[in-house]
Design a binder for this molecule. Structure first.
Ligand code: SAM
Length: 352
């Protein structure tokens, strides 16, 4: 077997599959294993496609991993020992002992154990036979495993009594688009959290490797109720938060936050200061939002970066014109639909 698993937000899977067909050679989705999760095939195989996407990443495909082998499941807890034994036989020699690894499982059928149980069992078995260190947060190599129902359309898979199979594949984290199983990056809810939108900013900072200057000055357009402002403050930034709506009362006591209670357009007319970072999460269509982001480019230091969410309908029709506009003033460093994005994508820019 030399297939791959491709994952996207279910609402945008059609766009992810379009990217797959466009960027692969003979790319073919074979079966939808769960909502937004596809078993697929392409002539260059997982590694060829992964290399293509390292150079020119897709926007809507959130995660890929290879399928090298399938093991039958009997759907009892005994699977854990059997999977561990088979995984060791298949992968112990293939793992690079010099660099870290992790096991990432997803289960799409009814089984009497959880992904965590599989991860723990296989990782422990591998750790006994290889000296590669286990690192679940920043693994260098990842053994991906997906428990699914055998599809009749896949004659390459042997039939099992339970009808369930585990599909396994080993790859480098850098080839999977995301370091997290299926691209699902969850953050712990914090006591002081102001909005769920905070997760979007945290995920973007991590995924795009954004380094914030210490004591930098940031402009937050569309800041209310203040989740992004709170995250930026936690990261040592002084924030000008622009929004006609109220900020969370906790932020009013913070002397590192200046609330401009007005629209971004009004702040532009007032004459903004100069910033190290611009973030924009305004509830606004992609094209006018891009236009406003461009207008603020005059008020950024040469080293400044910008991060914005571009809102879209299901068709993503506004994305191309919005990006064409942004390129007039910025280089687009990254653009992805991250796990915490809903009907939007996140764009990382550098002033040009
Ligand atoms: C999704 S919320 C932002 C959430 C925020 N990032 C957070 O973490 O709490 C969108 C915000 O955009 C603001 N907004 C919409 N149009 C705007 C404009 N022209 N200028 C400034 N803010 C605007 C809205 O008032 C709303 O508070």
């Amino acid at each position: 077997m030399a297939q791959l698993i491709l994952t996207a937000d279910p609402g945008f899977a059609h766009l992810a599959l379009e990217e797959f067909r466009r960027d692969s050679i003979g790319g073919q989705p074979l079966a939808e294993l769960a909502s937004g999760v596809w078993l697929a095939d392409c002539d260059e195989g997982f590694w060829g496609l992964a290399e293509t996407w390292i150079d020119s990443p897709p926007i809507f495909v959130r995660h890929i991993c290879p399928v090298d082998v399938a093991f039958p499941l009997i759907a009892t807890p005994r699977d854990l020992a059997r999977l561990s034994r088979d995984a060791v036989a298949e992968y112990a020699e293939l793992l690079d002992s010099e660099v870290s690894f992790s096991v990432q499982s997803r289960i799409f059928v009814d089984l009497p154990y959880k992904p965590f149980d599989i991860n723990r069992a296989i990782a422990a078995a591998l750790a006994e036979t290889t000296s590669a260190p286990l690192d679940v947060r920043q693994p260098f190599q990842i053994l991906s495993l997906l428990c699914t129902e055998v599809e009749q359309r896949l004659p390459s898979l042997a039939k099992t009594e339970s009808g369930f199979q585990a599909l396994l594949g080993l790859s480098l984290a850098s080839h999977n688009i995301s370091d997290w199983a299926g691209g699902v990056r969850r953050f712990r809810r914090e006591k002081d959290q102001i909005s769920r939108a905070e997760f979007k900013l945290l995920e973007a900072i991590e995924a795009f490797h954004i380094e914030l200057p210490s004591g930098g000055v940031a402009l937050d357009l569309g800041a209310a109720p203040g989740g992004w402002t709170r995250v930026l403050r936690q990261k040592g930034q002084y924030v000008t938060a622009v929004d006609p709506a109220m900020l969370h009362p906790r932020l009013s006591a913070d002397r590192g936050v200046r609330h401009k209670r007005m629209s971004a357009e009004a702040y532009l007319r007032e004459g903004p200061d100069t910033y190290d970072l611009l973030v924009n999460d305004m509830r606004m269509d992609a094209v006018p939002s891009a236009r406003l982001t461009n207008a603020f480019a005059d008020f950024l230091y040469p080293h400044a970066e910008a991060l914005l969410t571009l809102k879209m309908g299901q068709s993503a029709r506004q994305l191309d014109p919005a990006c064409a506009l942004l390129r007039e003033r910025y280089d687009i460093l990254h653009m992805r639909q991250l796990f915490h994005n809903r009907n939007e994508v996140t764009v990382h820019l550098k002033a040009n």
